[in-house]
Design a binder for this molecule. Structure first.
Ligand SMILES: *Cc1c(COP(=O)(O)O)cnc(C)c1O
Length: 399
């Protein structure tokens, strides 16, 4: 899955271009930078590779989500419907805008259940934020239809599904805006970084200014810029963008290795009695960064996890149900609204009410799910070995 596995001379070369001039900032210093604009180059590469009209790099994926929400006008009191299975960054961004995260059930796609989204809509709902978890996508046609009917914004958190597609379009380019993360464990890494993608010029212009203290970037130099609205510093540095530029050129290699290794491993898991696989709304669009599979019951899944641990091959296999980072079950800080700064009353009420919320449908899915991260470095032979080992351990444990 992670691009850091293929860090090499290409990344070093791009970073060295920046080190030669010493201009580490993405804006200004036109003379001394000698034509080196890594951030601009990476934005252009993102637009052309993913078919997005516009791209605005940011300092992280969390910053990208925050920026996208600001540019889409999501703020105080607005409700954002999002899944109960995601990374904490998704609700962090919502809360930082003064908005209210409304967590709802997922289904066997491991992403938003369209019926749960419909049931959660109130007059305060402003946005639906599917999170394309573990390399694959939500049912975007169904979600788009709901958004159109109720005049809601569709914001895709595609941080975990770089290179995935839905009906031929890149994930992250289908909603009103979409985001990628380029943190260290994502499919493409910058070390730290992220991007907002959109086909809406207004959303792009706002994102561009918001990430740089509201600068309109229209002046003859930074000092001459006006500030049409408030912003923050969510800028990426040239050093980080340089790494990403080398990585995006390797993306097709990453994706083909992921697909090969994923499919070989799947051919073994298929033989595990009772095993089934995650529902993928458009199977051709899977980025194959994870193989997510189910056993028939929670008891069997726990037994399988124990057996994999005992055999020393648990690494890279995630049982999200018991994981501190990705599933609502363990988000006590969220459910008790433990914030360093004052949250609004509406935010506090929404968060503490999560304690009384049963996510029975999500539990029924997540308690039976194991996600296996697909490494880029496995040789074909090694994946076959791994698969065979998996199969024998699991068959023994589950018989
Ligand atoms: C990684 C991730 C993010 C945030 O990215 P950072 O770059 O680490 O801030 C957001 N959403 C999801 C689903 C992620 O996996």
């Amino acid at each position: 899955m992670p691009g850091f596995e293929f860090f090499g001379d290409e990344e070093r070369k791009e970073v060295n271009d920046v080190l030669e001039t010493g201009i580490l900032m993405r804006y200004g210093f036109d003379g001394p930078r000698k034509g080196i604009w890594k951030s601009k180059e990476l934005e252009a590469a993102i637009c052309s590779r993913f078919g997005s009209e516009y791209a605005q790099l940011t300092s992280s994926g969390t910053a990208a989500l925050t920026t996208a929400m600001a540019a889409l006008g999501i703020g105080a009191g607005d409700e954002v419907i999002m899944p109960a299975f995601t990374f904490v960054a998704s609700f962090e961004a919502v809360l930082s805008m003064g908005a209210i995260p409304v967590l709802v059930d997922i289904d066997e796609s491991l992403t938003l259940a369209p019926a749960a989204v419909k049931a959660a809509i109130t007059p305060k709902t402003k946005c639906v934020m599917p999170v394309h978890m573990c390399g694959s996508m939500a049912d975007l046609d169904a979600l788009k239809e709901i958004c159109t009917e109720h005049k809601l914004i569709l914001l895709e958190d595609a941080c975990q599904s770089i290179g995935g597609t839905y009906k031929g379009k890149a994930l992250g380019t289908i909603g009103d805006a979409g985001t990628f993360s380029f943190d260290f464990v994502k499919t493409i890494t910058c070390g730290e970084g992220g991007v907002v993608m959109t086909n809406n010029k207004d959303v792009y212009i706002k994102s561009d200014a918001f990430t740089d203290h509201g600068h309109d970037h229209l002046g003859v130099d930074r000092g001459a810029d006006l500030h049409p609205f408030l912003g923050y510093n969510f800028r990426i540095s040239e050093l980080h963008a340089a790494v990403g530029l080398a990585q995006i050129k390797k993306l097709d290699t990453f994706l083909s290795l992921q697909k090969r290794n994923n499919q070989i491993l799947r051919s073994y898991i298929e033989q595990v009695p009772g095993a089934s696989f995650r529902v993928v709304p458009d199977p051709a669009g899977d980025s194959f960064s994870f193989l997510s599979w189910f056993l028939p019951s929670q008891a069997q899944t726990e037994k399988a996890i124990e057996a994999l641990k005992a055999a020393g091959i648990l690494g890279g296999n995630f049982y999200w149900y018991a994981n501190n980072w990705h599933y609502i079950r363990k988000w006590d800080h969220l459910k008790t609204a433990k914030s360093l700064y004052a949250l609004s009353e509406a935010q506090q009420n929404a968060l503490t009410s999560l304690q009384n919320n049963a996510f029975a449908k999500s539990d029924a899915v997540m308690s039976r799910c194991i996600s296996t991260a697909i490494s880029l470095t496995w040789t074909e032979e090694q994946v076959h070995e791994k698969g065979a080992q998996f199969l024998s351990v699991l068959k023994a444990a589950l018989s």
